[in-house]
Design a protein around this ligand. Structure first.
Ligand code: PXG
Length: 460
């Protein structure tokens, strides 16, 4: 393994300059500056190196995005070639270009047949901004302009721009200034925390029926769409019970409310299906995509529309008053093409479904099934969460579960492992090219981190 990555300056130089110039995402800046951020300088497959030569196993695919892992020469070559031929042009001024056209042909060959159109963006947040505007435009064209309320879920995450923040259900983000009118929320389907005496199946139905209650309360004539992640990512990798999505689908159809899946994390093979909604067995009207579209090598996102919606926008909609300078950027499109071809032609998605996904899930259940700190294990394919619990039998969570999980994450870093903590859950989503050996390393290091956390709590 190539561990020769080293930048030109000392780590503390970078840290000082970083502290002088940056406001980091979702962190207390002063505390971060006191500690100094890790300076990451290189990556290969699932591994990262910092400026002091320490190696980390990246159990989070960056931020759920490096589906092909680090160091792919085919993606670099695709970018270089496109940069040399046509580094930029746009989709305004009656133009298009081969890279974006070929990307769409490939993307729609991988998607179920009832999707036909895409509006490309630079990020997942923008995909959801475009979603809100497009959905409202759709209902305007159909003569129902009052149908504009978007229903999201508490604790859902749809991005950090203004409308994406409002659509998401992170209250601490709303508090920074972020709520907008005509947006509502229902609860997340978090069985371990909120299931009470119900079975998972009963709870799934009850959680879904909150949508019906909310639609009736707001008036179906006012509700444009329900937007949710097929499994909730940033909000704790929460998998709904099996009964949830079919019931949501039934309710959306009954009240003529569009069903919009945020596939920014779930898309491009994470669950072993190309898209997470296929794993859960429902048929959304739109898909928000980003991250794994380019394996994170270059920013790109987009909104995928069903044929039914696209037909209305194209045939009856007239001018579509929206456009981004970098929509369908040729270099991003070229990287996306190389990425999707690799995911398809190397059988990566199939391998996650048939081999590495079941292997990770089985290893986690073997290792943590009876662990004194772990109350539940959720996941499929190459995404999983360990739920910490004070008492597994009664599903009692620790009062300070956030601190416990954060401590486990910090120990992970010490041990050369990157996994994420949310509430009392440890989350992992390694690159989809992970081998059995890399999965063994991920599970082994996670066990060390969870064991050390349990020891500190006197539970092991
Ligand atoms: N939708 C979903 C479901 C996401 O997870 C976005 C939209 C926004 O995408 P952009 O490209 O604008 O960031 C996301 C982003 C985490 C974490 O730690 C998750 C995200 C971003 C950063 C951190 O879980 N998801």
């Amino acid at each position: 393994m190539n561990a020769q990555f080293k930048a030109q300056r000392e780590t503390r130089d970078y840290q000082a300059a970083d502290a002088a110039h940056h406001i980091h995402a979702f962190l207390d800046q002063k505390a971060l500056n006191a500690e100094g951020p890790r300076v990451i300088v290189g990556g290969e497959r699932l591994h990262l190196w910092d400026n002091d030569g320490k190696r980390y196993l990246d159990g989070m695919s960056g931020l759920w995005c490096t589906n092909l892992g680090y160091g792919r020469k085919d993606l670099t070559a695709a970018a270089t070639q496109q940069l040399e031929q046509l580094p930029y042009y746009n989709m305004f001024f009656h133009t298009t270009h081969p890279a974006v056209v070929e990307l769409s042909e490939l993307l729609f060959s991988l998607l179920p047949g009832h999707y036909s159109h895409a509006i490309y963006t630079n990020s997942g947040s923008e995909a959801n901004e475009v979603l809100i505007r497009t959905v409202r435009r759709y209902w305007q064209i159909l003569g129902k302009p009052q149908k504009k309320i978007m229903i999201g879920r508490w604790n859902g995450y749809h991005g950090s721009t203004l409308a994406a923040t409002a659509l998401g259900g992170m209250k601490f983000m709303h508090e920074m200034g972020g709520m907008l009118p005509d947006i509502a929320h229902i609860d997340e389907p978090y069985y371990f925390a909120n299931g009470g005496d119900l079975t998972p199946e009963e709870f799934g139905l009850r959680a879904a029926r909150q949508l019906e209650e909310r639609i009736l309360e707001l008036g179906a004539d006012n509700v444009a769409a329900f937007v949710a992640e097929p499994f909730q990512g940033a909000g704790g990798m929460i998998f709904p019970p099996e009964t949830y999505w079919p019931e949501i689908q039934r309710i959306c159809r009954k009240y003529d409310v569009l069903l919009c899946a945020d596939e920014v994390i779930g898309g491009f093979g994470r669950t072993g299906e190309w898209f997470a909604h296929q794993h859960f067995g429902f048929e959304p009207d739109t898909l928000s995509i980003a991250k794994g579209l380019t394996s994170g090598y270059i920013p790109m996102g987009g909104l995928v529309l069903s044929k039914r919606m696209a037909e209305v926008l194209v045939e009856q909609g007239g001018v579509f008053a929206h456009g981004l300078t970098y929509s369908g950027h040729p270099v991003a499109a070229a990287v996306a093409i190389a990425n999707l071809k690799a995911l398809r032609d190397e059988g990566v998605v199939t391998q996650v479904k048939q081999d590495t996904g079941p292997y990770l899930q089985q290893c986690l259940r073997e290792v943590f099934g009876n662990h004194p700190l772990v109350g539940d294990i959720q996941g499929t394919g190459l995404v999983a969460a360990l739920q910490f619990a004070e008492d597994k039998a009664t599903r009692k969570r620790f009062a300070n579960e956030n601190d416990i999980a954060w401590r486990c994450r910090t120990i992970g870093f010490e041990e050369g492992l990157i996994i994420r903590s949310t509430l009392g859950r440890m989350i992992m989503a390694p690159a989809l090219v992970a081998t059995h050996a890399e999965i063994d390393e991920l599970v082994g290091k996670t066990k060390i981190a969870v064991d050390r956390t349990a020891q500190e709590l006197g539970r092991l």
